[in-house]
Design a protein. Structure first.
Length: 127
């Protein structure tokens, strides 16, 4: 079943890279993109999405703050916070709010593992 992925990153290049990896893994999925937390929240209120990939370092609110806000809107949504800054504190905070932490640069294998788990969670939620 095709799903919709929300990609949030202030870097257009990072969004393009994630989109390319997604197309290689799940070509039938659709995606929506946002450059910051405000844009992502606005999109989330207008358009349903199934899975989210959030950059940690963005202007304004960081990816962990955004993750908490998105989970308040859609509590069972599989989320991943992506960052080159893989300090234990950030990884721990991601896990505390229910998000997966992925390191940058994001590779297709790590994204694939996250998305595979997300699909399993989504399928279980519909059973």
């Amino acid at each position: 079943m095709p799903y919709k992925l929300l990609i949030v990153d202030d870097s257009k290049l990072a969004r393009m890279s994630a989109a390319k990896a997604l197309n290689g893994l799940y070509p039938d999925w659709t995606r929506i993109e946002a450059a910051n937390a405000d844009e992502a929240l606005s999109l989330a209120k207008e358009t349903a999405f199934d899975v989210a990939l959030l950059d940690y370092n963005m202007p304004g609110r960081d990816g962990l703050e955004l993750a908490a806000e998105l989970l308040a809107l859609q509590p069972s949504t599989p989320l991943a916070v992506v960052s080159a800054n893989h300090q234990e504190e950030i990884v721990g905070r991601a896990r505390q709010i229910g998000a997966v932490f992925l390191t940058k640069p994001l590779n297709e294998q790590a994204l694939g593992a996250f998305l595979q788990d997300a699909v399993r969670r989504l399928e279980q939620g519909k059973a």
